[in-house]
Design a protein. Structure first.
Length: 564
């Protein structure tokens, strides 16, 4: 017989046994759950909980895994010596179908241990001493995982609560060790990145291979380093709300940022057809260009999120030829007006998600190409940035008319669309698709995957809230990192993630999602660096410290501990 509450399954499905403190679980919240196949590309599947098991009915017979939100703090409450880790979305390995259920906690731990070992090699840290605290923690995780594997099982392969407890312990320690490894990698790479040593070494390698130095200010590709190596120091910026401008905000920008990002939502720029409203955008651009003399990142110019689309445009959502013409004219109008002041454009954002206007694959690619070509024609000296949203691609599991972000970027590059920078929106902790909380190692690994396109990477909207998001009936809780979200946790998360991003030799810039909280914001509630009254949060000081350190040619301090 199987373990109580666990029943056998037929082929074509994956079953995962789950336990609570009393035995097989009687309920299990399936938050942010989806199935995925090779390269972590999501696949269609129905994921249900019944009789102590999570059942995954896949659209394919191939090996697959599942990702879902997992509460790691439960382990901390029952085990001494573990730091709080939070509630975050985790992955299993790819698993073949079989009759017996898998133990969910064990498979999540297996994936974390495998990822840790892979990253030791990818990040050149395989020579860490066994006495290093990170390696000691990893060995604790591996031992707990081994103990879980050999723990007593019921007669025909059902798992016991003791095996689940040991596997949860292995998972918690492995996630903690992975976060510390990601921070250690940043601590190792950030100083030579900021001082230019990584680029000088890459340039020397280039000259040895090609018998000439690399072109001035050009990125260099070195086989031993993931992605390109940029010759310049990374920049730190912040997005501003075009509708809100005062001297206090201007002073904060000058003191804390290398550049500003100015959203150009179509709904705000052209609220009525052929009637543009440029006044708010003009104010910020004139100040930044003439007074502050800091660079301006314009856009996204084309974005089909519901908050970014003017009402009148929906008339044409089923008439692609007219929609294409309107996109062309809109990009032309905006770029023509600001091409003397803006040198870098986020020309399109999130077209691959395809969740508002229902476009075909060919139409998604065509609109992207059109938008890029208009900038190339009207503003040839400008840098063109393409923004990817929901970078883990979970939306693809339920929307087959969409494209996974890695595939979208790859097809554009292969088709010859000239994109200078790949932008990534990296927001976590609010009730929006694709914004469930991930751990630091997952963030660092995700960035490395996009860097393989050998283009500079920019984090175009980095963000986390400064207060917990209230529960909603229509959306699962997004989770939290280490502690429930607060101004202090937001600042610590910013410090760790920005440091990890800036340590990457391919990272062009990091931009915080919004300067100040606003009740009418289109971004994250309580996700600004200032609260609604204009008072600075600890996150502002953290960002400012990082920016000043880099401008001074120094690496910002990176905590050796990932916790709060």
């Amino acid at each position: 017989m199987s373990a109580p509450g666990v029943r056998r399954v037929t082929s074509g499905m994956l079953h995962f046994a789950v336990f609570d403190d009393h035995g097989p679980a009687t309920e299990w919240p399936l938050r942010h759950a989806y199935a995925f196949g090779p390269d972590d590309v999501p696949v269609q599947a129905d994921i249900l909980f019944e009789n102590g098991c999570i059942r995954c009915v896949k659209s394919t017979d191939a090996a697959a895994g599942i990702a879902l939100q997992f509460d790691l703090d439960h382990m901390v409450q029952t085990e001494s010596g573990l730091d709080k880790l939070g509630c975050m979305t985790l992955h299993t390995c790819l698993l073949p179908d079989r009759d017996q259920p898998y133990l969910l906690s064990l498979e999540l731990a297996r994936r974390r241990i495998m990822t840790f070992l892979n990253k030791l090699e990818d990040w050149g840290l395989f020579d860490l001493s066994p006495d290093d605290p990170v390696m000691q923690m990893f060995e604790r995780a591996r031992q707990a995982f081994t103990d879980a594997l050999v723990a007593h099982r019921n007669g025909d392969g059902g798992f016991s609560p003791e095996a689940d407890k040991l596997a949860r312990r292995a998972l918690a320690i492995a996630v903690d060790a992975g976060e510390r490894l990601a921070v250690l990698d940043a601590h190792h790479d950030l100083p030579p990145r900021v001082r230019g040593e990584i680029y000088r070494s890459a340039a020397e390698h280039y000259q040895r291979v090609h018998s000439e130095p690399p072109p001035p200010d050009a990125p260099v590709i070195v086989p031993s380093i993931t992605g390109v190596v940029l010759p310049t120091r990374p920049m730190v910026g912040c997005a501003v709300n075009p509708a809100i401008m005062n001297e206090s905000l201007q002073k904060i920008i000058v003191d804390s940022c290398d550049f500003i990002s100015l959203p150009m939502r179509w709904s705000a720029m052209e609220p009525s057809e052929e009637r543009y409203s440029f006044a708010d955008t003009d104010r910020w651009i004139e100040w930044a260009y003439r007074t502050a003399k800091i660079p301006i990142l314009g856009g996204p110019v084309i974005e089909f999120r519901p908050t970014c689309v003017p009402e009148w445009l929906y008339i044409w959502e089923n008439d692609y030829e007219t929609l294409r013409e309107l996109v062309y004219e809109h990009v032309k109008s905006v770029v023509t007006r600001y091409r003397r002041t803006i040198r870098r454009w986020t020309i399109a954002s999130g077209l691959h998600v395809n969740n508002n206007f229902k476009l075909s694959f060919e139409q998604m690619m065509d609109l992207t190409r059109v938008a890029v070509l208009v900038v190339r024609k009207l503003h040839p000296q400008a840098k063109v940035q393409l923004e990817l949203t929901q970078p883990w691609g979970e939306y693809y599991s339920s929307n087959r008319r969409a494209l996974p972000p890695l595939l979208y970027a790859d097809m554009l590059i292969q088709s010859g669309v000239k994109v200078d920078v790949i932008g990534i929106r990296l927001q976590m902790g609010q009730h929006q698709p694709g914004q469930s909380v991930r751990d630091l190692m997952s963030i660092s690994s995700m960035l490395d995957r996009f860097a393989q396109f050998e283009r500079p990477i920019a984090v175009t909207a980095l963000g986390a809230p400064s207060s917990p998001q209230p529960d909603r009936d229509d959306a699962p809780n997004p989770g939290h990192w280490r502690q429930p979200w607060s101004p202090e946790v937001q600042a610590e998360w910013l410090q760790q993630v920005v440091s990890i991003c800036l340590s990457k030799p391919y990272m062009h810039s990091v931009c915080w999602q919004e300067l100040a909280d606003s009740p009418n914001s289109d971004e994250m509630p309580n996700g600004g660096l200032l609260d609604a009254s204009g008072a600075p949060k600890p996150a502002l000081a953290a960002l400012s410290r990082i920016r000043h350190a880099i401008r001074g040619g120094q690496a910002p301090s990176v905590s050796a501990r990932a916790g709060v």
